[in-house]
Design a protein around this ligand. Structure first.
Ligand SMILES: CC(=O)N[C@@H]([C@@H](O)[C@H](O)[C@H](O)CO)[C@@H](O)CC(=O)C(=O)O
Length: 308
């Protein structure tokens, strides 16, 4: 079995799935990326980023915009972040290959690929063939499979996709698992243990359950603004203080129960990040609707989570 990332580069701990900064007019705003990285490192204690993913609205960006963004994230992350993983999944294989080649050029620490979702692969074999065609253009770049069936509508179990992936894609380094199916997640952990691949969880409101099953870390949108609290949850878990870890997890769940009543979506999430961080990341891009103010949600956040 091949485990591409050297042991000191194994992706673990918290990874922020970054929002894409836009100007008020809806153009990419590269000027916010430096301050954004400083905020994550200094205020949240988050040292890894996953860029141009779901939270980053990658599917609403052009290939050129994704390249500009990835380049700036990598440039500004130098010496401040441990790893920058660039999501290069697209509907078009050619676009994905172009983004993967570019990610290597800008020295990204890894690439991730989602299953295409317009023409949906219906078997693990079809998903793997697509992943292989992207990974093969940059065989020396650590490769992560990004599993998010609720968004892609590709309901092939991740564990089936992982079966034999290391033989097909020697750069395979792990899976970013954004699904509530904890049985499938556990099976991915179990498959990955012998080779030390990273298995990262992506449903922030139940990350503690994934840690119990052996997650190496977590990738998510909320680690942008509550990374310091989830770092605490992880250290309580690692210290065997389950009660303390649960307290933090339950607060996250309370926040989301409240947020869902207010119509929580990516637009609300981004606006919450703007308010909590003080950064100006602008509105989302259509079809995600912008959301003027989420003061009640920010207040709820502050009432649940006193400053770190
Ligand atoms: C569907 C979705 O956007 N899921 C988020 C979660 O972090 C999610 O926002 C959070 O669990 C709140 O529901 C991540 O899994 C997505 C992600 O990591 C990404 O932006 O690529």
């Amino acid at each position: 079995m091949s485990a591409m990332a050297p042991p000191d580069k194994k992706l673990k701990g918290l990874v922020a799935a970054t929002f894409t900064p836009f100007t008020a007019e809806g153009e990419i705003n590269l000027s916010q990326i430096g301050p954004y990285i400083d905020y994550l490192a200094e205020k949240q204690g988050v040292k890894n980023i996953f860029v141009n993913g779901t939270t980053g609205e990658s599917m609403s960006l052009s290939v050129e915009e994704r390249m500009m963004l990835a380049q700036k994230w990598c440039e500004k992350a130098e010496e401040k972040m441990d790893q920058v993983i660039v999501h290069v999944g697209c509907m078009s294989l050619k676009d994905s290959q172009k983004l993967a080649t570019h990610a290597k050029l800008i020295k990204a620490d890894g690439i991730a690929v989602i299953a295409p979702s317009f023409f949906k692969p219906t078997t693990a074999d079809a998903v793997k063939k697509f992943l292989y065609e992207v990974a093969k253009v940059v065989p020396e770049v650590p490769f992560y499979y990004y599993h998010i069936p609720a968004v892609t509508g590709v309901n092939v179990p991740a564990r089936d996709v992982l079966e034999g992936i290391e033989a097909l894609i020697p750069s395979y380094s792990g899976v970013k698992f954004s699904s509530t199916d904890l049985m499938d997640f556990g099976q991915c952990v179990s498959y990955s243990q012998s080779a030390d691949w990273s298995v990262l969880y992506g449903v922030d409101e139940q990350v503690l359950a994934a840690l119990a099953l052996g997650a190496n870390g977590a990738v998510g949108s909320t680690y942008n603004y509550m990374g310091c609290h989830i770092n605490k949850l992880i250290s309580e878990f690692e210290a065997g203080k389950l009660d303390q870890a649960r307290k933090i997890q339950f607060k996250v769940q309370d926040l989301f129960t409240y947020a869902k009543k207010c119509g929580f979506d990516l637009g609300v999430n981004k606006q919450l990040m703007n308010e909590l961080s003080g950064l100006d990341l602008g509105p989302p891009r259509l079809p995600v609707m912008s959301c003027p103010e989420v003061h009640a949600l920010s207040e709820k956040f502050h009432s649940l989570f006193p400053a770190c």
